[in-house]
Design a protein around this ligand. Structure first.
Ligand code: FES
Length: 221
């Protein structure tokens, strides 16, 4: 059986962002270590790495779009938009692009195609959002057809062939990922895609304890 070596999370993150965006996203800003005591130094929490939270607006990941909110007209069936959440952290607007798990896939399907375990309340007009980071070893998934599983539009990982069904809550349809892509609940508000809740399952490269601690602190903010 093939064995996979877990990569250094910081290297994975940098590779992910470089590959996904063709550029390096700066990591800086205020330290929020008070809310994640005990994290490894490589994962030091900065505003750009905080979890997407309720009220964040999704903005284009494409640097050419200058962090503009994703336009509804660009979210079409058969296409996807890559995005980051943008919201207030410590009172300042931040594009949370500093960690791979926060890059998001915005996809749109006919509403009737969205099935359990999709959090249907976390979708709007057939729009569904997932983390783009593969749950196996953290690569950036691409979106394409996967005919052998009957999927016209699947999230497919280029590293070891993980496949996720975005019409069924991001469940694993093929390959080695141990868990599905985390869905991020959204709603369309005033023509923008707005986050309604935290990821519905544990994303890549964060422990359950860190995830729960961050969520609690963000809820208090
Ligand atoms: S990183 Fe291995 S399948 Fe995605």
């Amino acid at each position: 059986m093939t064995k996979y070596v877990r990569q250094d999370p910081e290297m994975t993150r940098r590779k992910f962002i470089n590959a996904a965006m063709g550029t390096t996203v700066g990591i800086g800003g205020l330290s929020l270590l008070s809310i994640v005591g005990g994290v490894k130094p490589a994962n030091t929490l900065t505003p750009e790495k905080t979890l997407p939270a309720k009220g964040d607006v999704l903005v284009y990941a494409d640097p050419a779009k200058n962090n503009a909110p994703v336009a509804l007209a660009d979210i079409k069936e058969g296409q996807v938009v890559f995005a980051f959440p943008k919201g207030k952290v410590n009172g300042t607007d931040v594009v949370k692009s500093g960690i791979a798990r926060n890059q998001l896939i915005i996809a749109k399907f006919p509403e009737a195609q969205l099935k359990a375990p999709t959090d249907i309340k976390g979708t709007d007009q057939g729009i569904v959002v997932y983390s783009r980071q593969c749950m196996h070893l953290g690569c950036a998934v691409e979106v394409k057809a996967y005919p052998s599983k009957g999927l016209k539009e699947a999230a497919v990982c280029p590293c070891h062939g993980g496949v996720y069904d975005m019409t069924q809550g991001g469940r694993v349809a093929d390959g080695p990922p141990p868990a599905g892509l985390p869905q991020l609940p959204i709603k369309v508000v005033g023509g923008q895609v707005v986050v309604q809740d935290f990821f519905q399952s544990l994303p890549y490269d964060i422990t359950e304890a860190e995830f729960e601690t961050q969520k609690k602190e963000l809820e208090k903010a």
